[in-house]
Design a protein around this ligand. Structure first.
Ligand code: ADP
Ligand code: MG
Length: 464
């Protein structure tokens, strides 16, 4: 009797709560954000379609694809037999670096210098920007006392570039706060060469232009011949892989040995043609609507470091508004856009009480209830796992496409490096989607520096 009264009471309170929350429950919201194996299989099919269309010979088919599938002209991974001294240049954010890299068998030594990249330079013009870069290179070369040697240089330029050959590529569009005039639609290698000539620097030979994804693949491939895919999980997300030329219908060069080339998928844009709409939620739409580039980089916005914290914040704010989290208290801090850093997601996922408390305090919650901490953990878990599963389904599609049952994926980027569980989520998703395959995730150490030097090494060996 007492049992049924209690049961009735509990049911009544639950119904009342559901009434006031318009049917929203924590479990219900999180269920919408949880991807089943079938969802991922559907996603694999869609991204495979886009990859194939992106490689097509005819433009009409290519335009159906949301991903560019850019040909990099990098044809070989390192054999491990490369040797020599190389320069590398890494430009793609607030700092840029010049590196001197000595490759000997089984051993790479690197010496690098980080140079500041001021807002003034970022927003200047082509001559000012590239003269500064050239000057930094010349000073560095003198400092290291290698000015009298002919040095091949690999240039990592992590902006969208349409490659014309391994040593020429046109900047499609500046991103990440760069606006220097006279660079868009220009060949950035020509701009750098001209600047080096203005400095009367004749000993540096630019032998390769790459992006960070290709650099990552190359740097890991030097250590492990099984590496055939490169992945970035940092501010953004992107992947590249070694493809057989016979599958690259849009390849216009000779079909010569080695009959392969690295394809830079630019998969962050997957879904820009609406193909992910069935899986996107109100939170994804809001992140996109508030972004600097609405309608673009849809896949990236569901995964990468620049957005993951913000999605978690939006879920929290929604649940708070329904009285389902923090007793309905929305602090000024959590209410503000981009205030939930992706680093916080890592802190919460770490499970360490001190780190969790610190995050809650930073968000203005001094009083902490176990129930709220549990819910926050659940939210961060579900969102991180969704991101990891989406990226893994993309990788599984690539693995299937290249027909490998055993391969290593080189990964770079702070989201992968610093999130305590991202790698585990990815590993379990990969074995769920590719049972029986042996897929390893390998952390890349400085892909954009070492990788550029290795591209230079492979390219200069190809020339001889
Ligand atoms: P980039 O991609 O620009 O080369 P990073 O690989 O360092 O740079 O990635 C930067 C991104 O990593 C930022 O968007 C940031 O949100 C995210 N990030 C930084 N620290 C952490 C962390 N501790 N856990 C998860 N993500 C992080
Ligand atoms: Mg990076």
């Amino acid at each position: 009797m007492l049992g049924s009264v209690v049961h009735f009471g509990v049911q009544f309170i639950q119904r009342l709560r559901t009434y006031f929350t318009n049917g929203v429950t924590v479990e219900g919201q999180l269920a919408k954000l949880t991807l089943s194996k079938d969802d991922l299989i559907k996603q694999m099919k869609l991204i495979t379609e886009d990859m194939n269309n992106g490689l097509a010979a005819d433009e009409e088919t290519r335009l159906k694809s949301s991903i560019a599938m850019l040909v990099t002209y990098v044809r070989n991974t390192p054999s491990g037999k490369e040797s020599g001294d190389f320069l590398a240049l890494d430009l793609g954010g607030t700092n840029f670096r010049v590196l001197l890299i000595s490759i000997e068998q089984n051993h790479i030594t690197m010496d690098s210098k980080v140079m500041p990249m001021s807002k003034d330079l970022m927003t200047s013009d082509a001559v000012t920007l590239f003269d500064y870069i050239a000057e930094c290179i010349c000073n560095f070369v003198k400092e290291k006392n290698v000015q009298d040697k002919v040095l091949p240089l690999g240039f990592t330029f992590s902006f969208p570039v349409k490659m014309l050959s391994l040593t020429s590529g046109v900047l499609v569009k500046w991103t990440k706060g760069f606006t220097a005039s006279g660079v868009e639609n220009k060949d950035v290698v020509v701009l750098l060469k001209e600047a080096l000539l203005r400095k009367k620097e004749y000993m540096i030979e630019i032998v390769g232009l790459v992006n960070d994804t290709t650099g990552t693949l190359m740097s890991c491939a030097w250590e492990d011949q099984e590496v055939t895919i490169g992945l970035i999980l940092g501010t953004g997300t992107n992947a590249c892989y070694m493809e057989r030329l016979e599958n690259v219908a849009k390849w216009t060069g000779k079909i010569d040995e080695p009959k392969q080339v690295i394809i830079n998928t630019e998969w962050g844009a997957f879904g820009d043609n609406g193909s992910l709409d069935w899986i996107r939620t109100e939170y994804d739409r809001e992140v996109d609507a508030n972004s600097l580039n609405p309608g673009n980089q849809i896949f990236e916005k569901m995964i990468s470091g620049m957005y993951l914290g913000e999605i978690v914040r939006l879920v929290c704010v929604h649940l708070i508004s329904k009285g389902l989290l923090f007793g309905g208290l929305c602090t000024e801090k959590i209410a503000k856009r981009e205030n939930f850093l992706t680093k916080y997601v890592s802190d919460i996922e770490s499970g360490q009480p001190e780190r969790i408390n610190k995050v809650l305090q930073e968000l203005g919650y001094d009083e902490q209830k176990a129930e709220d901490v549990d819910r926050l953990k659940q939210i961060c878990h579900v969102m991180s796992e969704r991101a990891a599963r989406l990226a893994s389904a993309g990788l599984a599609a690539i693995v299937k496409k290249i027909g490998r049952s055993c391969c290593t994926i080189a990964v770079d980027g702070s989201l992968f490096k610093k999130h305590p569980k991202f790698k585990t989520y990815m590993e379990s998703t990969l074995s769920e989607l590719l049972p029986g395959n042996t897929i390893k995730l390998m952390l890349s150490e400085d892909g954009s520096g070492k990788g550029a030097a290795l591209v230079a090494a492979v390219a200069s060996q190809q020339q001889t």
